[in-house]
Design a protein around this ligand. Structure first.
Ligand SMILES: [Zn+2]
Length: 196
């Protein structure tokens, strides 16, 4: 599921088939029921070709649905009461989101004080900076070479990917806001933060 490229997916699938060759029926089932029809829905090599802001399952929707159900079941069931309950729940969530944004602007972890993050501070959420931090780690092995980079961060979240960060590091310049703007960043960074 986590294979970042189609080639790696095929290699891993081959390895799995070799390991379970004594179970041909199960392997056939896996192919016919899941992989042939649905691999593009859950294998990273396919889902990471689209912007999904890390929403690759229904977990978040299910979690919010469960929370709302819990609220509604503890109130008297009529329309007006239900409306007030939902309204209160949403107001609470907006409050949480606002305080998270405030925190993102005022409490900057020390490790983001370096030159790479200089331009981003105050404009990009801490959550987005954590994502960039992971790409910085990747940039050590990828270097400024697009061919060696999977561009996952850029494609799926609109954030700079490892090879772009390697270029900034090579030029000794901070990560600019322009890639964020080019990919509709204010919305993306907001969404990333809201859904984190
Ligand atoms: Zn890249």
């Amino acid at each position: 599921m986590k294979a970042p490229t189609k080639r790696l997916y095929l290699t891993r699938l081959q390895r799995l088939e070799n390991e379970f060759q004594r179970y041909p029926k199960e392997i056939a089932y896996l192919h016919a029921t899941w992989l042939e029809k649905h691999k593009h829905r859950f294998v990273s090599a396919w889902i990471n070709q689209h912007m999904h802001l890390e929403n690759t399952s229904t977990n978040r929707v299910e979690s919010h649905h469960a929370k709302l159900n819990k609220y509604l079941h503890t109130s008297i069931q009529n329309f007006v009461n239900s409306w007030h309950t939902i309204h209160n729940l949403l107001e609470l969530q907006i409050c949480d989101i606002k305080s998270s944004f405030e925190e993102s602007l005022t409490r900057i972890p020390h490790r983001y004080r370096g030159y790479l993050f200089r331009v981003l501070i105050g404009f990009v959420s801490i959550y987005a900076m954590q994502k960039i931090e992971m790409e910085i780690g990747e940039s050590d092995s990828v270097g400024p070479y697009p061919d060696l980079c999977h561009h996952v961060s850029q494609t799926t979240c609109g954030l700079p990917c490892a090879h772009m960060i390697a270029e900034y590091r090579q030029e000794n310049t901070p990560i600019p806001l322009s890639p964020f703007i080019r990919f509709g960043a204010s919305l993306i960074v907001t969404l990333l933060y809201l859904t984190s």
